[in-house]
Design a protein. Sequence first.
Length: 428
Amino acid sequence: MGPDTIGGMAAPVTPPRGMRDFLPNEKAIREHALGTIRRIFAAHGFDEIETPVMEDSARLHSGLGGDNEKLGFAVLRRGLSPADVAAAAESGDILSLADLGLRFDLTVPLARFYASHRAELPAVFRSIQIAPVWRAERPQKGRYRQFVQCDIDIIGEAGPLAEIELISATTAALDALGLDGCSVRINDRRILASLLAHWKVAPELAERALITIDKLDKIGVSGVVTELDGLGVDIDGIADTLEVMPGLGWDAAAPAWLDHSAYADLKALRDALPASKLVFDPTLVRGMGYYTGTIFEIAHPELGYSLGGGGRYDGMIGRFLGTEVPACGFSIGFERIVDLLGATGTVDTDAVVLVHEKDADPARLVALKAELVASGLRVRLERRTKNLKALLDRAAAAGYGRYAFVTPETGPPGSLQFRPLGESAHHH
């Protein structure tokens, strides 16, 4: 049997579940979006770094990655024997077979990177990381096992300047991509802590209670109260608080339970970001337990999910260094944004197609192409087919803007008659 058969049957030739191939026009759209994001982030003073796709298993499972740790892909140690596997399976400690794992986010690798290179980096380090990550998700629409994350982080800045720069750069990138109508929902973990204290939620129930509050927009007040009751929280008065929380804007009378210091800090951010459309949302939680202060998400009026998010995570890098280092980050949901941008790429008039006959002289074609490339054009050679329209439509879908025919009479590049792609070619 050949390599493309399994048990005598033809093997499927699709990518692994939850992973995707990208056709040239899809790849071009993605690269255009990535180029725009990189350009804006760099213009705002951030520097791009790169980390390995794998990290030590112990580091990935050190409690820094929250629930995502459970979705990590482990890489088995080399040289394992069947007895090693059987013993690990019997003890239930399968992770002991792995010494490495694929990264499930870019924050844990950044913390390790900063701890490794702190002496070579500026006192306040502004990083860009744009790279694939892997999670053992249950594949479904919008959820993939391999996807690209776009992160910017500021390490070493304890004051509000970090949040201001991150939100400014991110909203500028969204504007440059043409995504109108986005706003940034913002809250602070200190406000959530004061809410839980007001409700007298036991510390051991705090994180689970926050996960429930995060569902308020999906399951409503009664759903949240029912879940909190099931956790063992005293629900007396909780419904009344939940009813008013979504309406607490910047100018509403602040209730007694609100952490007024954190609320004042958020107002100061709003004042420093007049064009950012900052929306105070005391119900915003963000699932990761490592957040220590400000948290934020990108909202779009037509979508029921966020387009990215982040926050302050001052405690994480100290876990690697042994000394506390303030840190704050913002991650754009790249895959969701690409879906929003749609399947139409930009037409590049500097990308041209030369359509030639089957028996054209290869040396002459290559010389003609080389002159056009040297003049700054992107050039594709295409042999003329019976279905010329299909050939030109494919080129247009790939982003090419113009085409010309090469005949035995064609002289130097200046003699080529370029036409816009999309113009009917039936009469040629």
